[in-house]
Write a new protein. Sequence first.
Length: 93
Amino acid sequence: MFQVSFRDNTVRVTEKENDIGAPIYEIELLNGSGEVVESFDDELLDKDDGTNGSIESWYSIIHELYNTARRTALGAEKVLDEIIADLDDIMPF
């Protein structure tokens, strides 16, 4: 689970599994008291807007959001920058 807090509210994105073991992504909206005021997942959004798994599905959008949050939280860009700097020291071209 990854989350971002704003002035008074928080958004959480969580990777879970559906009934057949495929990944789904859930979004939770929390108020300033930490109470979940709304929750939905990509499957529900796809059903509601009629995309039903098309290329531009909610799954794709929320999956990318989750991956971006994960990379940011784990510091992937910093690690990559450090590896590149180390390589620059080893390989002078």
